[in-house]
Design a protein around this ligand. Sequence first.
Ligand code: SF4
Ligand code: SF4
Ligand code: SF4
Length: 304
Amino acid sequence: MQASHITVDQIDALLPQTQCGKCGHPGCLPYAKAIVDGEAINRCPPGGQRTADALATLLGKAPLPLVQPAESPLLAVIDEDICIGCTKCIKACPVDAILGAPKQMHSILRDECTGCELCVTPCPVDCISMVAHPGWLAAHSEQEQHAWLTRRATQGRQRHQARASRIAQWEVEALERRRARRHQHIATPTSPAASTPTDDEALRRRLKIKLARMKQDDPHRPELEAQLQALGGQTVPRAATSAAQQARSHRIALAAAEDTLRRAERHLTHCQRQEGPTEVAAAQEQLARAQQQLERARQALDPT
Ligand code: SF4
Ligand code: SF4
Ligand code: SF4
């Protein structure tokens, strides 16, 4: 198959859908889009070497070793005695796998958790830990493992899309509420619900500011653009956001490269303690690649 005929969906279908962002993109679909645009195929630790090889086959490219160590499927676990119910983990979870309410203990939906680790850092009391996913450990044959990964990917994709739509809907509703409050404030007895040019203009301006700050591939974007068009406004041209967008993606790439380097250093330390010379040599090569990647990311962010 010619690489030029490969679609984003075909690539996305091979990605594990944890939505972890470890590839340097805010989810699996943005990484799939970046691969179509020429990005390297070896940046997905949850997918491991198997995913990198499958992408190489699909795209007709030479296989590449992963830039970060491969990861086994994980599950987040909350220490319920320590949780203070701050809800920060809920906001961070890309697949709505956490249940809880303000000031109440939170818990993880075991079968929905993709093991992305995004809830760990925001927790102010450090009560979330990651363990090997029991569902994965219970899959003994290759067939069972394949079925488990397929189910997790299908569910991860659906739940991530559902969450993105819901958040976009909230954004639109919040804007509508603000608009309604403004109507109430300025309405006269003879025209209680009348819209004024000033009113619509203010809403259009807010939508434009939101869109200008939003990434081009943000899943909320189409609904806000539709809202703006419905108000008679123009969508923000791509060129107007490209510089800020590029800087942001360079910062994401730098953060990912720093993370990669930390992992590679940890992996090398582990190999030096517990593995043989072959593994140590491989880990040293991995560390050298991570250092080069970090250097490239730094130069991209600040070419001077
Ligand atoms: S699983 Fe994580 S690293 Fe892999 S493509 Fe999806 S977001 Fe990127
Ligand atoms: S519970 Fe945590 S680790 Fe599991 S999917 Fe949500 S954010 Fe990721
Ligand atoms: S972030 Fe930590 S403390 Fe806050 S609700 Fe989640 S688990 Fe509990």
